[in-house]
Design a protein around this ligand. Structure first.
Ligand SMILES: [Zn+2]
Length: 314
């Protein structure tokens, strides 16, 4: 009887990914006041400050050698050559295995403000990629509540993805890629896929055993992970995962948006009102479930064959 009571108590405290938190976070990131979060602008700094505050609230640890969650870097401006600064936002949950890292990432930058369409000039980037950034924050909250993991978890909100993946490139140079066991890069999960709700797809599915591990982990649930249905779009190479994959990391993007027909992609209409927040919440929960055996050290994806990964286009 004592055991049963203890089990009940444990169940009552089992953390969950909550829709209300998902809605609060994505609504903040994609608000007009964030001015489209363009990298190298004060608006991006405002978004980074919000993500940092969430990481503080969650209780994430900072990377070794950093005073806060900001991983700052500078590049020279395209025309002036003057230095421009930007920052990734990175936090961690140390696991029992310090040098085996499971990375969850998304880019928090978007394209900013542009020509008005029907009086709206702000590219909110709710789906691209406030949805993924929200997932990273809520996965951090969930896994922190679950207690110390076996493998170390790193949560990265990258900047300057839209400017050519500069943030992820800087990140990849600051730690040993051989220590990254898996990279869950989360891109545009706010709209149900062409296969319907409760499906997500994985770019570069055949390049490692990452996707198969996720499929097995959610088998028996209502959710399924599929190979990327749009190979002609080259999505494996169009987000931050490619930078790490070129270093051999099983680094894949997880997405759900029907990119070939999506009317809001890189438009001022990419607003929270166009998203399905139940689908978004379910997808974050499925990613948490899919990652569980990797985090526990029970499964390890095969490495990406770097000889099979194209060089970046010039
Ligand atoms: Zn994106």
């Amino acid at each position: 009887m004592v055991l049963a009571a203890a089990t009940l108590a444990a169940c009552a405290h089992e953390p969950t990914i909550e829709r209300a938190q998902v809605e609060r976070v994505i609504s903040t990131l994609a608000a007009d006041s964030m001015l489209g979060r363009r990298a190298f602008t004060p608006a991006a700094g405002q978004a980074a400050a919000f993500i940092s505050a969430e990481f503080t609230d969650i209780g994430l640890e900072r990377l070794h050698g950093l005073d806060d969650y900001l991983q700052r870097f500078t590049v020279s401006g395209p025309s002036s050559g003057n230095p421009m600064s930007a920052a990734n936002v990175v936090g961690m949950i140390p696991g029992r295995r310090e040098n085996e890292i499971v990375l969850f990432s998304a880019h928090y930058d978007h394209v900013g403000v542009g020509e008005p369409v029907n009086g709206d000039s702000i590219f909110n980037g709710a789906n691209d990629d406030a949805s993924g950034t929200t997932a990273v924050i809520e996965l951090a909250r969930y896994f922190k509540a679950k207690g110390r993991p076996e493998r170390t978890l790193v949560f990265a909100a990258f900047t300057a993805e839209e400017a050519g993946g500069l943030g992820s490139r800087y990140f990849s140079q600051r730690l040993n890629p051989d220590h990254i066991v898996a990279m869950f890069n989360i891109e545009m999960i706010g709209k149900p896929s062409a296969q319907g709700p409760n499906h997500a797809w994985i770019t570069g599915f055949e390049r490692s055993s990452f996707g198969k591990i996720l499929q097995d982990a959610v088998a028996g649930t209502e959710f399924a992970f599929d190979p990327d249905p749009y190979p002609q779009e080259n999505l494996f190479f169009r987000s931050d995962n490619a930078t790490l994959a070129r270093l051999g990391v099983p680094a894949h993007s997880i997405s759900t948006t029907p990119i070939d027909v999506d009317r809001d992609y890189h438009q001022v209409s990419d607003e929270v009102s166009t998203l399905d927040l139940d689908h978004l919440t379910n997808t974050i929960r499925a990613i948490a479930g899919g990652a569980a055996p990797i985090i526990a050290g029970d499964a390890t994806p095969t490495r990406v064959d770097t000889a099979q990964v194209r060089r970046p286009s010039p």
